[in-house]
Write a protein that binds this ligand. Structure first.
Ligand code: ARG
Length: 279
C-alpha cells in the first residue's frame, strides 16, 4: 500500500538574517479608538509596554537580525506599530498614508527616517497602512483591504514595489489589518485565519496556498497570526497554543513573545516590526 502523497517540506528550517525597523513605545497609550481592541478608559502601563518591547528587540538581535530604531514622537501613541510606517521591497520605499487623522503624522516621521538613511521614497497617493496590509512573500505581495488600505492602493503598490499584488478582502473588524489575520512563514508558505476573509478571498488563498497552516479563531483572537518569521524562528503571542504546536510539527521553532500591553491597542509582534528589504 502506498502512502498518500505528502507535500515536500524542508526537514530543517533555515533562518535568513533580516533587518527590521522598530519604534520604542515611549509614548504608548490608548487615547482614541480606531479598532475594536482599543478602549481608552482601560488603563495602560507604559513601563510594561517598554519592557515587553525591549524583550522582542533583544530576541530579534539575539537571533542574528539587525534592528534599527526610529525615535518615537510625543503625541503619536501608535507609532510603536512600525509595520504601518511604510513598505520596503528591494530598497524601494512606498510611504504609508493613514486612514485615520490620529495616525496621519506617523507617515512623514517614517519617510524622514528612510530619506535620512539614503532610501528613495515614493509618496503614496492612496490610503495604505504599510506592512499592516502589505505582506511580502517570495513571489508576490498579499494586500489587504476592507478596513484601512484602499483597494485602489494595490495598483500603486504593484507599480512602485515591482511585484505582483494579490488583493484580499478583510471582513471581520477584529482583524482590521491583513497582518492580524495572515503571516508569511517562509518564501511561499503562510498561516492565516480563513474567517477573517470574504468568501472570494478565502478561495484565492486556498488556491494559492493549499498547504497553508489554517489557524483557529482562538489562536487568531489572541493575535497569534501577528507573527514574525525568519524562515526558522517564529515569534508570536504565547497564548496561541494551537499555532505553536502546528508550527513545531512543521519544523519551525516558535518563540512566545508576550506583548499584552500593546494588544490593548490591537497590536502584537508583527505590528512592532517593519522589515527593511534591501536589494
Ligand atoms: N492602534 C493601531 C491601529 O489601530 C494598531 C496598529 C497595529 N498594527 C498592525 N500592523 N496591525 O491602527
Amino acid at each position: 500500500m502506498s502512502a498518500p502523497a505528502a507535500v515536500a517540506r524542508p526537514t530543517r528550517r533555515e533562518s535568513r538574517p533580516r533587518r527590521y525597523l522598530m519604534c520604542p513605545p515611549t509614548h504608548f497609550d490608548v487615547t482614541y479608538s480606531i479598532n475594536p481592541w482599543m478602549e481608552p478608559e482601560k488603563p495602560t502601563d507604559t513601563a510594561l509596554a517598554v519592557a515587553q518591547w525591549d524583550r522582542l528587540r533583544n530576541l530579534l538581535v539575539g537571533l542574528g537580525h539587525e534592528v534599527n530604531v526610529i525615535d518615537p514622537e510625543p503625541g503619536l501613541p501608535d507609532m510603536v506599530f512600525a509595520a504601518n510606517g511604510a513598505t520596503v521591497v528591494d530598497g524601494r520605499v512606498l510611504s504609508a498614508r493613514f486612514r485615520h487623522p490620529q495616525r496621519a503624522a506617523e507617515a512623514p516621521a517614517y519617510t524622514s527616517w528612510f530619506r535620512a538613511h539614503g532610501y528613495p521614497v515614493h509618496e503614496a497617493e492612496h490610503v495604505n497602512e504599510g506592512e499592516g496590509d502589505y505582506l511580502v512573500t517570495g513571489t508576490r505581495i498579499l494586500a489587504g483591504s476592507g478596513f484601512r488600505t484602499e483597494p485602489s492602493a494595490h495598483a500603486e503598490a504593484e507599480r512602485v514595489l515591482g511585484r505582483p499584488v494579490v488583493g484580499l478582502e478583510l471582513v471581520d473588524p477584529r482583524f482590521y489589518h491583513l497582518d492580524t489575520a495572515l503571516a508569511v512563514l517562509d518564501t511561499d508558505e503562510i498561516m492565516y485565519f480563513p474567517g477573517a476573509f470574504s468568501p472570494d478571498s478565502q478561495r484565492i488563498l486556498r488556491q494559492l496556498y493549499p498547504d497553508a497552516v489554517r489557524a483557529s479563531e482562538e489562536d487568531a483572537a489572541v493575535f497569534g497570526l501577528n507573527a514574525v518569521s525568519d524562515g526558522r524562528h517564529v515569534l508570536l503571542a504565547p497564548q496561541a497554543v494551537g499555532l505553536i504546536d502546528r508550527l513545531t510539527a512543521r519544523g519551525f521553532a516558535p518563540i512566545g513573545v508576550d506583548l499584552s500591553e500593546l494588544l490593548k491597542s490591537g497590536g502584537s509582534v508583527k505590528c512592532c516590526t517593519l522589515e527593511v528589504r534591501d536589494r
